[in-house]
Design a protein around this ligand. Structure first.
Ligand code: GLY
Length: 379
């Protein structure tokens, strides 16, 4: 797919790519097969493989490495990504700590590896993860349950980004059951999570016996009824991907509706999203990760619509990426992480508040590579 990039934007893209390649090369040398999450003072000190092998973001670093390997063919990225994949086996074998986010963990590691190299062991890991995700399906409520313990009827919008693992498993095995589950989950999300104006709930609790609506807590957003921007991005990109995999028009229509809502909101803050689009004006809290994820989703939509519609989505994605790069990217090769000012949740004042977070870097890289026509299909 090629986008209609004008000369000015092409020059910007080329300049960003040079900085990105230098930065990723230095980071790969420093980090290797450790699993980074959030740096402290420009250094990834924590190795999630040591502190929390089940953590949902543990696939993003290998995803960045596979994207770099795909675009540069430099073996050092492949070696580091293979090392992370091996370390993630502890989570796959441990099972008890796992959750709905196995898509984020193994699409970016094992499945990316399999897609690029045909590695059979990687394929097995991906199918194992897909079966774990399918095993979370509630056939009465027609949804994939989120989290563990008491969250029996819980669905979350984030899971729209995990179900591509199921589409992949069906494509590979020719067994449609994985896709049936993915589509049921997408349809339930469409019915229960997406609001008429294109905004979305984060969490929706359903009756696990029959799928009836129980309540919609605020989750990582400001409050119930608010609009957590990363959740909007998960829905935007997730429905666009469900369209790509199924060609069901209702998923594209939904992705476009959410995109229009997202674009209208982000345009009011110079194309960097606030952490919640329906929160009080103060304090101002950014979440750059929502913007860069949405940019990837907008580019996915651009690939699915007619020529006359494309510019709307492409231009919005480029505006988000340029604003993020101008205001928040750190290109110092001696410091870890690229995209600053990500925020885990509105009320969280823990380690993930106004910080660079690994998934922000992942989506920024994917978006830049998409625009350069060099992205690996991870999803
Ligand atoms: N999937 C969890 C989050 O977006 O923070």
């Amino acid at each position: 797919m090629s986008y209609s990039i004008n000369e000015v934007n092409k020059a910007w893209l080329d300049a960003v790519w040079i900085k990105l390649e230098a930065k990723m090369s230095a980071e790969c040398d420093r980090i290797g097969d450790r699993i980074p999450y959030i740096p402290e003072n420009g250094v990834y000190e924590e190795d999630k493989a040591e502190t929390d092998i089940y953590w949902w973001t543990n696939g993003f670093w290998p995803g960045m490495l596979w994207q770099m390997y795909h675009s540069t063919h430099d073996e050092k990225y492949k070696t580091a990504a293979e090392g992370v994949e091996l370390r993630l086996d502890k989570a796959l074998e441990g099972y008890d700590g796992l959750h709905h986010d196995v898509g984020f963990m193994w699409l970016h590691s094992a499945v990316a590896n399999y897609r690029l190299t045909g590695n059979e062991k990687a394929k097995t890991r991906g199918l194992h993860a897909a079966n774990l995700l399918a095993g979370r399906y509630n056939p009465r409520g027609k949804f994939i349950r989120a989290w563990n313990n008491d969250c029996i009827g819980w669905t979350i919008v984030d899971c729209m980004m995990n179900i591509p693992l199921l589409y992949w498993a069906s494509d590979l095995t020719h067994d449609p059951r994985f896709t049936y589950i993915a589509k049921d989950h997408a349809d339930t999300t469409l019915a229960q999570t997406v609001r008429p104006d294109g905004s979305c709930n984060h969490i929706v609790i359903l009756n696990p016996e029959n799928g009836e609506f129980v309540e919609a807590p605020g989750g990582q957003g400001y409050a119930s009824g608010s609009s957590w921007s990363r959740g909007q991005a998960w829905a935007l990109y997730g429905f666009a991907l469900s369209y790509t995999h199924t060609k069901e028009e209702r998923y594209l229509a939904t992705a476009k509706k959410i995109a229009h809502y997202f674009i209208a909101n982000v345009a009011t803050t110079d194309y960097v999203p606030l952490v919640d689009f329906r929160a009080p004006a103060e304090p101002v809290i950014w979440d750059t990760t929502a913007g860069v994820c949405a940019a990837c989703g907008l580019l996915e939509i651009a690939e699915s619509v007619g020529e006359l519609e494309k510019p709307l989505y492409e231009n919005a994605a480029i505006s988000i990426l340029k604003a993020t790069e101008r205001r928040f990217c750190n290109w110092n090769v001696n410091e870890d992480s690229i995209v600053a000012n990500g925020t885990g949740s509105y009320h969280g004042r823990n380690g993930d508040f106004a910080k660079p977070i690994i998934y922000g870097d992942y989506f920024f890289i994917e978006a830049i590579l998409r625009l350069r026509g060099q992205a690996l299909l991870i999803w």
